[in-house]
Design a protein around this ligand. Structure first.
Ligand SMILES: Nc1ncnc2c1ncn2[C@@H]1O[C@H](COP(=O)(O)OP(=O)(O)O)[C@@H](O)[C@H]1O
Ligand SMILES: O=C(OP(=O)(O)O)[C@H](O)COP(=O)(O)O
Length: 407
């Protein structure tokens, strides 16, 4: 098993190395952080990714205890972010019953685990309801470890987080990589281990601060950096553009400027939108909808998508590239017509991949949902469940969740 990174070759144990696990309790870290719309799972890719590991462990007679986070509840219990909502959709995908246990640690959780039959599957409540999760608190890791005999990390998409359930637990129980974790690392290495130049990276979406950190190193590895979504607004603001009410992290302007300087120094072309789709409210086809130059956004408008002229230029740039990595939609794609730029560029990338001129890898919970929405996820060379983790892997960073499995 290999991983891109400082030492390049890492090895860890997999489910093949677990031996007889009948009747044993296995804590399995999955990523159940799925996109939801109106309380319904709008893209079940991450649930399907969990299936090989969960069903295999269940078939081998283990009690399968699924640990996961949902959203960012900041260490507080919050019914809007309960994993109870995801338990039935997961059960539907697995085709097996799945119980719900209302805490990921403690005496009541232990009693529920003891009562689970051999081969039984349970989802434990959101690990981020405990403040210790994101702090990688040893006490929380110990408390979770007390529920199980083994630990499996199958959540590549959360492996960039050094949290109690992604990192701390691996030091407290015999630890193994799950099938999805193995598959992601192998597929990324195969597609991007030695990327053919020119390389383009599309980075969009809403998690601006997480992704800005990555761009500093990424600009040295790619020839074109295409920035969309909330990310683009932050870069435009850094260049002095008035972005009105757009999603934008103004306090990161200096970081964005440094990234643009680093890109210049590395010979990486940064593409920012020069026309944009704006509206006064985030609703389907609002009356206030219009397309304008980035310098014409009014104080009460939000930039919600990259404009058609800029998308055409981006498609032309992509045609000159041999490798594409993509994380983050170009616009607020969940509501029409703000899906237009993402759909158009995704279709161009898919067509170039089918022609054989482009290796295309995309990842991220919402990015995958956007590609499915565009009907082209199957045409990309590889689609990862991971967004931030995928970018950090691409950057060459060691991912704490993977490193802990090899320690
Ligand atoms: N211009 C924009 N304004 C507001 N939200 C945006 C904009 N562009 C993209 N988004 C939002 O970004 C979210 C996805 O971002 P992110 O979580 O970073 O992606 P991923 O899960 O693929 O890593 C989507 O919900 C989308 O609506
Ligand atoms: O959805 C996730 O990452 P992604 O948005 O980069 O795809 C993971 O579940 C990590 O979530 P986090 O960014 O709140 O730590």
């Amino acid at each position: 098993m290999t991983q891109q990174g400082d030492c390049n070759v890492k090895s860890f144990k997999t489910l093949d190395d677990m031996g007889d696990i009948r009747g044993k309790a296995v804590l399995v870290r999955e990523d159940l952080n799925v996109p939801m719309q109106d309380g319904v799972v709008s893209d079940d890719t991450r649930l399907r990714a969990a299936m090989p590991t969960v069903n295999e462990l269940s078939d081998r007679g283990a009690k399968v205890l699924i640990l996961a986070h949902f959203g960012r509840p900041k260490g507080q219990a919050n019914p809007d972010m309960s994993l109870a909502m995801v338990t039935k959709p997961l059960s539907d995908v697995l085709g097996r019953p799945v119980a719900f246990i209302a805490d990921c640690q403690g005496a009541e959780a232990k009693a529920a685990v003891d009562a689970l039959p051999e081969g039984g599957i349970a989802v434990l409540e959101n690990t981020r309801f405990h403040a210790g999760e994101e702090k990688n608190d040893p006490a929380l890791a110990e408390a979770m470890a007390a529920l199980g005999d083994f630990y499996v990390n199958d959540a590549f998409s959360a492996a960039h987080r050094a949290h109690a359930s992604t990192e701390g637990l691996a030091h407290r129980l015999p630890a193994f990589a799950g099938r999805s974790m193995e598959k992601e690392l192998d597929a990324l290495e195969a597609a991007l281990g030695k990327p053919v130049k020119p390389v383009a990276a599309v980075v969009g979406g809403a998690k601006v601060s997480t992704k800005l950190d990555v761009l500093n190193n990424l600009v040295a590895k790619v020839d074109h950096l295409i920035i969309g979504g909330g990310m683009a607004n932050t870069f435009l603001a850094a260049r002095g553009v008035d972005v009105g009410k757009s999603l934008c992290e103004h306090d990161l302007a200096e970081t964005a400027e440094k990234i643009m300087d680093a890109a210049d120094a590395a010979g990486c072309t940064v593409h920012l939108p020069y026309d944009v789709v704006v509206a006064k409210e985030f609703a389907a086809n609002p009356a206030s909808l219009r397309t304008c130059n980035v310098h014409e956004v009014a104080a009460d408008e939000m930039i919600l998508d990259v404009g058609p002229a800029a998308v055409e230029a981006l498609a032309d740039a992509l045609k000159t590239c041999r490798t594409l990595v993509w994380n983050g939609p170009l616009g607020a794609f969940e509501i029409a017509p703000f899906d237009a730029a993402t759909v158009a560029l995704a279709r161009t990338a898919a067509a170039l991949t089918k022609e054989g001129s482009l290796t295309s890898v995309a990842g991220g919970g919402d990015t995958v949902a956007a590609l499915n929405h565009a009907g082209v996820a199957g045409d990309f060379s590889f689609v990862s469940t991971a967004g931030g983790a995928f970018l950090e892997w691409m950057e060459g960073k060691e991912l704490p969740g993977v490193a802990a499995l090899t320690a």
